[in-house]
Design a protein around this ligand. Structure first.
Ligand SMILES: Cc1cc2nc3c(=O)[nH]c(=O)nc-3n(C[C@H](O)[C@H](O)[C@H](O)COP(=O)(O)OP(=O)(O)OC[C@H]3O[C@@H](n4cnc5c(N)ncnc54)[C@H](O)[C@@H]3O)c2cc1C
Length: 510
């Protein structure tokens, strides 16, 4: 099922305006809520035909399981739903692109999902410098709307992921080399707090909460809209070189990537350049083991820098294929457009095990590759469809504001690595545990390299991106080990969410 097909849900609004009837089998009496919701809002209970679609998740591992889904049409509907849930003392969770996969989400068993899909407006300011994006907008909708006006901003790269899900955890995207993270574009946010109060959060109105919304935002409220910076499209054209290696080229390929992009652990990638690599087992490409597929992506050119391409071609890839297009082609080129696998919800589990790195440690990468090969190619492997990914965006714009600028803790690192274990659950905890063991071992292989004494950028704690987190990492690992960060976040959590109602996504302890 394509994610886009969920949109006809809007048709339900009509029948659900009489939501009290819809909810009659729910243990919750929603009549007091229904009276307060706007005409466009609706409620689904588990017997509603559209409930399963609205509750569907990208990853089925430890997914939240609601009793009831409220689909607000206005920000006041979100306010009323939070007030109702608080009064009834039932847990609630905002849901959006449904691509969150941290296992703490599974803590919602029963309770209310507040599905933001109807909060979908996108308004560009008259002077063309900002856009106000409603809380339920997805990346593709925003990219397309801005593109039509010859504008752009930093969004997540995957078309079916929401704009705010990534942004509240920092948010990586193709344009971060120019402008910084997704959240670095935020100017102000309308937020429904744990108390149900609706506030506007900005640098001037509430600097501490504004700081926390940009990296740890899932812990502090439901964003009904955000106003972000936008930019004129300067370089519409892009080029990609897709270079595929067999596994015996691990050391050669990643040593070269260090030399070209990360000499001495310092990112020298210009704002116009991204280098990603995926590992996957595709016997038609290489029956002997998973391939390493590099995506060398450059903005504003019709062919990727010849020095870079020649250097990769010189180490004997299986293939090296150029293509040209525009910014709008990037998602399809990297397999994360609306029609690609990651945008389908087919009941599979996809735990990831992220780690930030300053550069590639070829020996550690080899160890991770050996494990990945064993996992994907073993006879009868249940994990053959897994993917290992390294995202090497330009870091220029990310480092510019300074390490302490927001709650996102890892501006000093350069690469985001993560094995993603793909499998069809069999209903046993044993299979989930086996998958987790593989993921942990692979991440530990990279971590061993990153934490080794004398390694470039050596660090002892695990740096993990909260938005890719598996769920067993520590709070330090999600939000940074600096004591001042933890103290600040804990104190803000105590102030704004003392009861921990926003504790299903990489929770900060109050
Ligand atoms: C295929 C794929 C591609 C990805 N690509 C990127 C990428 O390019 N860059 C990147 O940084 N990350 C990326 N991610 C990770 C992504 O940031 C997280 O998975 C994120 O949680 C997804 O948000 P969602 O709204 O789609 O998911 P959901 O599961 O609906 O939401 C995730 C969390 O965000 C909260 N949330 C969502 N919207 C709001 C809101 N308006 N107000 C308050 N809380 C809200 C939810 O309550 C939930 O806790 C990707 C993930 C996948 C699976």
């Amino acid at each position: 099922m394509r994610f886009g097909q969920i949109l006809p849900l809007a048709a339900f609004a009509v029948e659900s305006a009489v939501a009290a009837a819809v909810c009659k089998t729910s243990p919750l009496d929603t009549s007091s809520l229904v009276k307060k919701l706007s005409a466009g809002a609706y409620i689904l209970n588990s017997t509603s035909a559209a409930f399963a679609d609205a509750a569907a998740r990208w990853s089925s591992l430890d997914a939240p399981v609601p009793n009831l889904i409220v689909v607000p049409a206005t920000e006041q509907d979100v306010v009323q739903t939070v007030l109702f849930a608080n009064k009834q003392n039932v847990p609630f969770l905002a849901t959006n692109g449904a691509h969150g996969s941290v296992t703490s989400l599974g803590g919602l068993q029963g309770g209310i999902e507040i599905y933001l899909t109807q909060l979908s407006s996108i308004d560009i300011s008259a002077d063309g410098t900002t856009v106000t994006v409603a809380g339920g907008v997805h990346s593709k909708n925003l990219t397309d709307a801005l593109w039509a006006a010859n504008k752009q901003t930093v969004t997540g790269t995957c078309e079916c992921v929401s704009y705010l899900g990534p942004g509240l955890g920092g948010g990586h995207g193709w344009l971060q080399g120019h402008h910084g993270l997704v959240s670095d574009q935020f100017l102000s946010l309308n937020v429904v707090l744990a108390s149900g109060e609706l506030v506007t959060v900005s640098e001037t109105s509430n600097p501490d909460l504004f700081w926390s919304m940009r990296g740890a935002g899932h812990n502090f409220g439901i964003v009904t809209s955000v106003t972000s910076k936008i930019y004129d499209v300067e370089f519409p054209n892009y080029a990609i070189q897709t270079v595929t290696f067999s596994g015996d080229q691990v050391e050669a390929a990643y040593t070269l990537a260090n030399e070209l992009f990360l000499p001495g652990g310092v990112s020298t990638q210009p704002a116009t350049f991204s280098q990603w690599s995926y590992w996957f087992f595709e016997p038609e490409l290489d029956a002997s083991g998973p391939v390493l597929q590099f995506y060398l992506i450059e903005e504003g050119v019709d062919a990727v820098n010849a020095t870079v391409v020649d250097a990769f071609n010189a180490i004997s890839p299986l293939s090296s294929v150029p293509a040209t297009g525009t910014y709008l082609d990037l998602a399809a080129w990297t397999g994360i457009d609306i029609s690609a696998g990651p945008c389908q919800k087919i009941g599979n589990a996809y735990p990831r095990f992220p780690i930030y790195l300053t550069q590639y440690d070829p020996a550690a990468v080899r160890n991770a590759y050996t494990l990945f090969k064993e996992m994907t190619t073993a006879n009868g492997s249940l994990f053959t469809g897994s993917l290992f990914l390294f995202e090497g965006y330009s870091q220029e714009g990310v480092k510019a504001p300074g390490d302490d600028a927001t709650a996102f803790a890892y501006r000093a690192d350069n690469i985001l690595g993560a094995p993603m274990i793909a499998y069809t659950p069999d209903g046993t905890a044993a299979l989930d545990q086996t998958a987790a063991n593989w993921g942990t071992q692979m991440r530990n292989a990279l971590w061993a390299g990153a934490s080794a004494e004398g390694s470039v950028g050596s660090y002892a704690s695990l740096h993990s991106y909260v938005n890719y987190a598996f769920g067993d990492e520590t709070q330090d690992s999600w939000y940074g080990e600096d004591a001042w960060r933890q103290t600040k976040l804990t104190s803000l959590k105590k102030q704004y969410d003392p009861k921990g109602v926003f504790s299903f996504y990489a929770p900060i302890k109050a």
